[in-house]
Design a protein around this ligand. Structure first.
Ligand code: RIB
Ligand code: CA
Length: 346
């Protein structure tokens, strides 16, 4: 009996030790790639413990992002998960700058929250506004969670890096206490998707991304557009998930079907796994088939290249750690994981 109990306790200990302690930083819209990333992690409790969700402006402003997160959490029956908003906007970049950029240098492909009213918060379609209210201390929450679990925390950064940069500036000593940051953002050999030069998360807050890339965080893992462009979903993949009818797949269907990329209106549209790819890496890192280590920086001079990913001049940030940039993947393998988690019946 005692021996059995000891074995059980060892197993529980091993399982606990193997679980990733994750801080989930997101600019979630209604569902999209951020929402799918959250579902994948919350449906993988043996591998990942999501300590808290911090909301950053990006796709939408933070109060709207929090509302959408509450809706997804309620569908997942995880209403107790902490949700905190942090920054109200990027460090420097503004909607006025984006408008003026378009006047001077031509149309931008996507400007996210800059095209929206910061005061408007709407419920998810078919729902009422959530009764839950987010906390307003995301930056301090990031700091305290990292200090509570030194060397153990994975930050999964799925939007602009504003909250994370503020935390690093407020408490620089946390840099080396973070286990790793896995982020979706940036582009190296391929064109951008906000401007021609820059990927959206880096473009929305270039100064924040620069602070993170120049930091001493021990491991930085980048899912930029180079690998994300290889993880496309089209109507047949969309249909496989939408065909399984659950409240969660209904939300997936509504968002990817009628909004972006609107598969139900434009059957030839293309969507991308983006943030879901970064989340999948926490569950099955072996789907990545090629990566390279680089010292990277972000262009912060305002102009056509604002927010683009550039090589780091190491003389200006001698303590910066390198970034592992993901370049190639086994799509079948990662899509199977995505589909499995999204279509579970719970
Ligand atoms: O460039 C893609 C990124 O921008 C994703 O994180 C998407 O959710 C948006 O934030
Ligand atoms: Ca995102």
């Amino acid at each position: 009996m005692w021996r059995l109990l000891a074995v059980f306790l060892v197993l529980v200990g091993l399982l606990g030790a193997a679980r990733d302690t994750v801080l989930f930083d997101t600019d979630s819209g209604l569902f999209g790639d951020d929402g799918a990333a959250l579902v994948m992690l919350l449906r993988s409790p043996a591998q990942v413990a999501v300590q808290a969700i911090s909301i950053v402006p990006g796709n939408v402003w933070a109060p709207q992002g929090a509302e959408y997160m509450f809706h997804i959490l309620s569908l997942l029956k995880r209403a107790q998960t902490t949700v905190a908003m942090g920054a109200d906007g990027p460090l420097i970049h503004t909607a006025a700058m984006a408008r003026e950029s378009e006047r001077r240098w031509g149309a931008l492909s996507y400007i996210g929250a800059f095209a929206q009213d910061a005061a408007a918060v709407i419920p998810a379609p078919g729902s009422k506004l959530s009764a839950r209210k987010p906390r307003h201390d995301a930056v301090n929450l990031l700091i305290s969670e990292i200090e509570r679990h030194p060397g153990e925390v994975t930050i999964l950064a799925l939007g602009p890096m504003t909250n994370i940069a503020l935390a690093l500036r407020l408490k620089p000593e946390i840099e080396t206490k973070i286990k790793r940051i896995v982020f979706m953002g940036g582009n190296i050999r391929v064109a951008g998707n906000a401007s021609n030069a820059a990927e959206f998360n880096f473009w929305f807050d270039p100064e924040a991304a620069r602070i993170v890339l120049r930091s001493r965080i021990p491991l930085k893992t980048m899912f930029g557009l180079d690998i994300c462009n290889l993880a496309r979903i089209r109507k047949p993949e969309f249909d496989q998930i939408a065909a399984v009818r659950t409240p969660l797949t209904e939300l997936f269907r509504e968002d990817l079907g009628n909004r972006y990329p609107a598969f139900l209106k434009k059957p030839d549209a293309t969507g991308y796994l983006w943030d879901s790819l970064a989340a999948a890496y926490l569950l099955d890192p072996d789907f990545v088939t090629r990566s390279e280590s680089r010292y990277l920086d972000v262009q912060t001079s305002w102009g056509q290249f604002y927010g683009s990913t550039v090589p780091l001049d190491r003389r200006v940030a001698p303590e910066a750690t390198p970034v592992t940039v993901m370049f190639a993947l086994d799509f079948k393998r990662v899509f199977a994981l995505y589909k499995d988690r999204l279509t579970r019946l719970d």
